[in-house]
Design a protein around this ligand. Structure first.
Ligand code: ZN
Length: 357
């Protein structure tokens, strides 16, 4: 029933939640000093194993205890298939390791009849071993971003070209980022760092990687235009009857979607909706004209397009775009302006980072 060669079942007991097997082990005395060991009583140990038919499993062994003639140390008979540190089968440790990444420690503990503490300590040892195997390659294009995990923002370092995760930092403050970047031996390999508009990232990169270009991820900039449009919609709806409010709420995704991705029918609906709400229409058009800045062929053309966009911004929608225009002022193009001006390379793909801030 156990399928563990070397262990013979002598007795079986069962309750509604657990099977208990008492097993006998035949193995030779453990080696110690030259003089050998003497028998010194037994000790009963229960090892946990994988559940059978949904019930927890305990394997009971009366282990022989020995005393060494030479050094006086107490030794125990070894039991095959059992983990040396945790009192459980090797296959159970393996099961916990494989499942601890996707499931909570308490769910695993409940399933296996273990304490959460035991599951957690097995996971810790496993995680440490796996981490030691990791050999991150210093990325040429590095991405610095963050994720909200366990009630804190954590810094996330990615390889933008390979689309892989490189490292996670305990937080996203300047000190943590500087400490991490300064610890990379071949950091001169990093040519470009893509960030959101989080100032500590910019300061840390300038300090530790002065040779690297800082690129603000387009995603974060365009998102601010979408947020401006949402702001207009929310202010606008107060003045509308309920039916109009609901229509705006349900249909707002069309305004935020790239119009190239809307079919003719949806496009018609969108135009009909915007026709009813002139302020929203002005906001929508401003958002779309802002997105068009990214289609500029080169840096000076983009700068010109942006300046024109800002001066053409209708007065009644301007306040909604304040965050965006402020960010554009706070993140101006820097030293590489001339460098880009010299090379009139067209944009290869929409994701090509071409703007140095
Ligand atoms: Zn000894």
């Amino acid at each position: 029933m156990l399928n563990l060669p070397g262990l013979s079942i002598e007795q079986t007991a069962e309750t509604a939640t657990q099977y208990d097997f008492t097993v006998k082990v035949i193995s030779s005395p453990p080696p110690c000093c030259l003089d050998g060991v003497v028998l010194n009583g037994t000790k009963q140990t229960m090892f946990r194993d994988l559940p059978i038919h949904g019930r927890h499993v305990g394997i009971w062994v009366n282990r022989q205890r020995y005393k060494c003639r030479g050094c006086g140390k107490t030794l125990y008979q070894s039991v095959p298939h059992m983990h040396r540190k945790h009192e459980m089968t090797l296959r159970l440790v393996d099961y916990i390791e494989r499942n601890s990444m996707d499931r909570t420690f308490s769910a695993l503990a409940g399933e296996l009849g273990l304490s959460e503490f035991t599951v957690r300590s097995i996971f810790r040892i496993f995680a440490k071993r796996e981490l030691a195997k990791l050999e991150p390659v210093t990325p040429e294009w590095m991405g610095l971003d963050e994720l909200y995990i366990l009630s804190k923002f954590r810094g996330v370092v990615t390889n933008v070209k390979d689309r892989t995760l490189v490292e996670m930092l305990p937080n996203r403050n300047k000190v943590a980022v500087i400490r991490y970047l300064a610890g990379i031996e071949d950091r001169e390999k990093i040519k470009l760092v893509a960030i959101d508009m989080w100032n500590p990232y910019r300061e840390a990169v300038r300090e530790v990687l002065p040779h690297a270009r800082i690129v603000v991820d387009k995603f974060h900039v365009v998102r601010m235009a979408n947020e401006a449009l949402e702001r207009i919609r929310k202010e606008h709806r107060v003045s509308l009857p309920m039916r109009g409010r609901l229509q705006l709420k349900d249909d707002r995704w069309m305004m935020l979607t790239n119009p190239d991705k809307l079919d003719a029918g949806r496009m018609w609906l969108l135009e009909a909706m915007l026709g009813q709400f002139p302020l929203l229409k002005a906001g929508y058009e401003a958002k779309e004209r802002f997105r068009a800045v990214w289609r500029a062929e080169n840096m000076p053309a983009a700068q010109e397009a942006y300046d024109k966009w800002e001066s053409d911004l209708p007065e009644d929608v301007r306040p909604a775009f304040n965050d965006l225009t402020t960010a554009m002022r706070n993140w101006p193009p820097k030293s590489s302006l001339t460098l880009i001006r010299g090379s009139r390379t067209p944009i290869r793909s929409p994701s090509t980072p071409w703007r140095k801030w």
